[in-house]
Structures are given as structure tokens and as C-alpha cells.
Ligand binder design. Structure first.
Ligand code: 13P
Length: 211
């Protein structure tokens, strides 16, 4: 896929997230790795109205090559590419239910999305809660690096999800799956829900691969 096609995919899939309420206002940012660096949505841009030509390009050395000023969460995105070589794209959202979970005081920090359904196991894997830092704080990158590439997705405490994938389609699908599972978890919070068993999770990982 050439760079123009990647830019077009970023515009198309970001708009799809915006149109269905997964992001509002100028919340959220999306990046995709290209052979000579990465493309990332500009700061304060709305995912529903991106302009392919103004998407920011950052070189492999971190220099701003073209486009508007990058998202303030560039540190977060770069930390995923640096620690997980299989990462082709990163999606950060403030989607309602995943963000609701990120604000709860009693979730399992190492595994905040329990295996409620097969697709969250297949598309997202274990999700780690990362301690709160203010949006755009370079420390977010250090916190992700400290995870050593173990997690494909995290929840930033009191802020929202960050989800990666081998390409932008996989990252967007996984972000949607995470949000919908978070919604189920919130709906089921007062019910005694049945999780997948360890054997069922193992079978999914064997058949579909693990994240
Ligand atoms: P940017 O507009 O800089 O991408 O920041 C939006 C956001 O979601 C902060 O977490």
C-alpha cells in the first residue's frame, strides 16, 4: 500500500469512528507506520474531518517532516512502535465505556477487560491499566515502554483506551471490540456474569493466535 492509500485509509476509518460516536470533538488520535516513519493525526483535529494532505509525517528519527503539528500523544504512539515491532497502527480514543472502566477504582490493573466474549480475546488480548498522567505528558511514553511490549492495548486511567494492530484496519476493529466489551462489562456490572473459562481462552489463542 502506498502512502497516499494509507492517508486515505486514515481519513476513511477515522471518520467511521467519529460517525458512530467512538470519538467526539477533537478527542482521539490515530497513527500508522510507513516505511520511512509514521503518519499521525494533527493535534486538535477532529477524526470526522481529517484532510489527508495535512496529516503529520514524522521521520524514523522523530523529526517533523510534513503536515500540521502532530498530536500531543505522539510519545504514546512512538512507545508502542518502539516496543512492539508487530505494531502497524495505533488508535487512541476517549470512547465512553472504555473510558468509564478506566475511571473505576476496582478493576484488575493487569487485566482490565476480562474474557467475556471470544472476540475480545481474539482481537484485543489482555489490557493493562496505565496510571494517570496529563494528556500529552512525555511520561506516557515511558509508562508504555516500561510494559516491554507485552500489551497490544491499554487503558489510560481516567482518560481512555489506546489500541494497536498490525495495520489500521486491525487497530480500529480492535478499538471497537474493546469499546463494545467495555459496554457489556458496565451493563453487566451488577449481574453475576459468566466469563469464558481458561480452557476456552486457550482454545481461542490456539486457533486464532494471541495478541
Ligand atoms: P490531540 O488533539 O493532540 O491528538 O489530543 C487529543 C487527545 O485525545 C488527547 O488525549
Amino acid at each position: 500500500m502506498n502512502e497516499n492509500q494509507v492517508r486515505d485509509d486514515m481519513v476513511r476509518l477515522s471518520k467511521s469512528l467519529y460517525d458512530r460516536g467512538f470519538s467526539v470533538g477533537s478527542a482521539g488520535n490515530v497513527s500508522v507506520a510507513v516505511h520511512d516513519g509514521l503518519l499521525i493525526t494533527p493535534t486538535n483535529s477532529c477524526l470526522g474531518f481529517l484532510d489527508a494532505a495535512r496529516i503529520t509525517k514524522i521521520g524514523t528519527d522523530g523529526r517533523h517532516l510534513s503536515g500540521d503539528k502532530p498530536s500531543k500523544e505522539i510519545f504514546l504512539h512512538r512507545a508502542f512502535y518502539e516496543t512492539r515491532p508487530q505494531t502497524g497502527a495505533v488508535v487512541h480514543l476517549h470512547s465512553t465505556y472504555a473510558t468509564a472502566l478506566s475511571c473505576m477504582g476496582d478493576i484488575d490493573v493487569d487485566d482490565c477487560i476480562p474474557p467475556l466474549t471470544p472476540y475480545v480475546v481474539m482481537r484485543v488480548g489482555a489490557v493493562r491499566l496505565v496510571p494517570y498522567v496529563r494528556p500529552g505528558d512525555e511520561k506516557a511514553g515511558e509508562l508504555i515502554r516500561d510494559l516491554g511490549g507485552k500489551y497490544a492495548a491499554v487503558l489510560l486511567a481516567n482518560h481512555g483506551p489506546v489500541v494497536t494492530g498490525k495495520d489500521i484496519t486491525a487497530a480500529v476493529y480492535a478499538a471497537e471490540e474493546l469499546e463494545e466489551t467495555a459496554r457489556l462489562l458496565v451493563i453487566l456490572r451488577s449481574a453475576k456474569s459468566q466469563l469464558l473459562t481458561a480452557d476456552q481462552v486457550k482454545e481461542l489463542k490456539t486457533v486464532f493466535g494471541s495478541y
